[in-house]
Design a protein around this ligand. Structure first.
Ligand code: SAH
Length: 231
């Protein structure tokens, strides 16, 4: 990527890098939903990464965003968004705002996004970025998202962007009948992405792919790790 005098890529370079990302990481790897592809084309991922990592904003990886957390790999963001099969009229709950990038992508695909984050500094930065790009249909809240967002429930779709030890019951309860939830479930360092569907007969589950997310920490997630822990 070309750099400006300040040592950072210019606006045109970001547009080119994003287009290359969409072609090679999203389309060539099998993402088909045109609305998801458009959203990945539209949202400027470089605004959601720390300044020191600007040159890697459109790379094929998750990147650190501070507090031991990460912005999800672009392919995984597109994959999870596609798995929710959104039409544009849904109310979506996201647990784990992080950088705000996934919320911005979901905001292009649904009516309204409710995003919950437990770390204040991350949420404040994400909110600023979302405001900067005029994502007016994303509402955010600081809290333990393993409880969901009871006041706004039920949701047509729920996306958890942190790995859970098991399916948090409040989230299952807050899913509308006919709704879809996508959630990584498994060990601390490796999970299966699972799609949960709720219909009039009950709840069904389908394994999608192997993944590795940071931990969902909270009442219906993992316990917070102590500083001295060897794990
Ligand atoms: N969707 C984010 C990915 C962030 S990584 C993005 O696009 O950048 C997962 C995030 O989940 C982290 O920021 C972490 O702090 C948050 N998280 C973990 N457990 C949580 C909980 N119980 N409630 C809300 N957020 C949680």
């Amino acid at each position: 990527m070309k750099e400006t005098q300040k040592g950072q890529p210019g606006a045109l370079d970001y547009t080119r890098a994003r287009e290359k990302m969409v072609q090679e990481q999203i389309i060539d790897r099998g993402i088909k939903n045109p609305r998801v592809i458009d959203a990945m084309r539209k949202i400027p991922r470089h605004l959601f990464v720390p300044e020191a990592l600007l040159g890697r904003a459109y790379g094929d990886t998750a990147l650190p965003i501070g507090d031991g957390q990460t912005i999800t790999q672009p392919y995984m963001v597109a994959y999870m968004s596609e798995a929710l099969d959104l039409r544009g009229s849904e109310r979506v709950l996201e647990v784990g705002t992080g950088s705000g990038y996934q919320a911005a992508v979901l905001a292009c695909l649904a009516e309204r996004v409710y995003s919950v984050e437990r770390i204040r500094s991350l949420l404040e930065r994400a909110r600023k970025t979302l405001d900067r790009i005029h994502c007016n249909n994303v509402v955010t809240k600081l809290s333990d998202g393993s409880y969901g967002w009871q006041e706004e429930a039920p949701f047509h779709a729920i996306l958890i962007t942190a790995g859970a030890p098991s399916l948090p019951q409040p989230l299952v309860d807050q899913l509308k009948t006919g709704g879809t939830m996508v959630i990584p479930v498994g060990e601390r360092n490796s999970q299966k992405l699972i799609r949960v569907r709720k219909d009039s007969r009950g709840v069904s589950q389908e394994d999608l792919l192997e993944c590795n997310f940071v931990s969902l920490v909270g009442e219906f997630g993992w316990a917070k790790r102590e500083k001295w822990s060897p794990y």
